[in-house]
Write a protein of this length. Structure first.
Length: 139
């Protein structure tokens, strides 16, 4: 917490910390977290990202969130390869929450896992050129 009004600070590696303000939010960023209790920051879209009716991409988000998504997706891929090649929806969601938390802890960040990011982590996996969505699995 900062001493200038209690606004949370964003941890940034090799950069100054700055307070989050409502003016930092991109227009249309109305994502609801997967969990009911918001515990961290909401992932914010990169300036100029066009997200309306567009397939989600990690590059739609600010650099810190993009790095978290890529890290979480890599760990998720490892779970698929080592635990269950075709996990059901409940397991996919459980793993997505687990790997997102692990990525945030490793980066010393605290972001909520919102639905759009959850789908990036758990549904964008490609192993040997085949996506799990093309292998008869539901999304």
């Amino acid at each position: 917490m900062s001493s200038d009004g209690g606004q949370p600070l964003l941890s940034v590696t090799n950069a100054e910390k700055r307070p989050r303000s409502s003016s930092d939010a991109s227009p249309g960023n109305t994502e609801a977290p997967v969990t009911k209790k918001a515990k961290g920051l909401q992932p914010e879209y990169r300036d100029g990202a066009e997200i309306i009716d567009k397939k989600p991409k990690a590059s739609d988000y600010e650099d810190i969130v993009q790095a978290l998504i890529l890290r979480a997706a890599s760990e998720y891929e490892c779970l698929v390869v080592t635990q269950d090649a075709f996990p059901d929806t409940a397991i996919r969601n459980k793993w997505a929450k687990k790997v997102w938390k692990n990525a945030c802890v490793a980066a010393e960040e605290k972001y909520d896992l919102v639905d759009r990011v959850n789908s990036l982590v758990s549904e964008s996996i490609v192993i040997n050129g085949f996506s799990s969505t093309y292998c008869g699995q539901d999304s």
